[in-house]
Write a protein that binds this ligand. Sequence first.
Ligand code: ZN
Ligand code: ZN
Length: 184
Amino acid sequence: MDRPALPDPCADWLDSLDEAALHRALHERVEAAFQLCREMHAHLPRPRVWLDLRGQCAGQAHFGRAGLRFNPVLLRENRQAFFVDVVPHEMAHWLVHHLEQGDRMRPHGHEWRTVMRQLFGLPARVTHRFDTRHASPAPYRYRCACREHAFTARRHALARGGRVYRCRECAQTLVYQSLELVSI
Ligand SMILES: [Zn+2]
Ligand SMILES: [Zn+2]
């Protein structure tokens, strides 16, 4: 694996930004990722950028609107992950889509993975463990023998406090696993 092509941002600096400065910094990060893609594809159009995604989706390349969308709630609570991973991830979709026959390529297929690894110097990950406590209504994942269960913050607090929850199907006690895994 190569080193990341975009330098990792300083975590203290990122944490110090207020909402407006954070959004400006995100736009600058998108521009840096775009300039990198331009080295590979000189006529790549510049995507527009919106911070209007809601729910459990971190980012999205929206070709109909000709731009990239990002989730401001997840951004606020996962700044480093957005700068290091989510921006290159969506920009790689943007680039691949504009390659010849790009609209026929699979979203996380060979071309996309190649852009992630060789252009951005990053692992080609498609999910990320984000802090979803404020972005998702039920972000806590519990398991029984048969499936996964989604808990709200209130239920999670009760379970942490000692209340036992059982699965209605298999009757096993539910065990906390992790926060929800988010697709990027
Ligand atoms: Zn079960
Ligand atoms: Zn993707």
